[in-house]
Design a binder for this molecule. Sequence first.
Ligand SMILES: [Cu+2]
Length: 463
Amino acid sequence: MTRRLALIALPALVVATAGAAAQPAPRDLTPAPRTVEVSLTAAPARLSLVPGTTTDLLAYNGTVPGPVLEFREGDHVVVHFRNDLPVMTTVHWHGFHLPFPSDGSPFHPVAPGETYDYEFDIPPGTAGTYWYHPHPDHETGWQVAHGLYGAIVVRAPDDPIASLPERVLVLSDNRLNPDGSLDLPDPGSHAGVVDRENGREGPLLLVNGQEMPELEIRSGEVQRWRIVNASAARMYRLTIPGHPLLWVGTDGGLFERPVEVPDITVAPSSRVEVLVRGTDAPGSRLVVFDLPYDRYIPQTRRKGWNCPRRLLTLRYTEEPPRRQAVEIPATLRHVEPIDTSRVTATRLAVLTQGMINGRMMDMKRVDVDAPIGATEIWQVENLVGMDHPFHLHGFRFQVLDRNGVPEPFLAWRDVVNVPSHETVRFVVRYDDFPGKWMFHCHILDHEDHGMMGVLQVSQTGEK
Ligand SMILES: [Cu+2]
């Protein structure tokens, strides 16, 4: 409560409109080749999320979402972070394989007024869509609800669809009071309990910080959409009526082959890449929807969960259709399977409401100890009546099977949704970077209330 009062007492420094397009990257501070050096500041900001009102938020470099950061495989990255918030924070580089001190986990908090340099290399083969957000102990949901999140694009030198026009779409949702302030109920109230159980959701759906933005497409064009689910708890099921989606990638980049789907589910914190083919006539418009997805226990299902929600308008330009058909390569890249013959342990993570393996998070405890270089299987079992998206820090993984059904194609992931009463197995190799790596439910309210554990990866013989 004191934290909230302190925040309101601060002057809101920026009054601006959150932008529809993705925010441009900050200036690169170094001329050095293959090095990206940027400044990132988290600070209070007064922005307009809904026309006619303003909301006191927290923002990276003054915008919600924060700037899109762009790196290339092989880059060395330095982010000079400054915490101008009235509260402790961190910046977690979601999905990145990097040294432990740069993970931005609760083990490396940054106090108000302090700075912290995050420094890491972008490994070859990791081109994809990632994102950054705070990860302080117990406060992640509160800080993300205030606007602290941003997308990252990592590019490969040999991307076979690099020539397609591209959009970065950061999805988030929120709940505002009539005066524009954030609706954050008292944790002890009924609404607070429902938020804690469900994960906080709201009816205000934002794409790059804007409600129902209009995106342009030219008839005959194929666009590449990189979609980030930055919501605390909302599961999106995207569909473009009359337009099948060509699903080409997930958290860690492209698949080997595109997969055609009528709609696509994006769990909290995960990312997808889809190709959208503009098959309608010039000048036409249509609405892109978020379809219902039942991830809830019946007692706390939010009202209206079973109604499709409008997400954005796709507007065809008046230009004549592109005459030349756009060819999508049948093979996008080679995805090397992790060698399961080298597996030395299977880790069991049993998910119940608010707990993993019957325990709540304790920063002083190590839940799983593994040697560096080990290949392991994680078996994640969800014993309860709602979905839990499971995220592992530091190491990307490949899903092997779901309820014993082999995964139909290889994909690099760092989060996998584990539906109610289902079991997912994935394989992971801890190929570098000793440290303490979090694994947790990415419904932020669940994570903040302790649905998290610590994987310690050690040099052999080190403890
Ligand atoms: Cu959960």
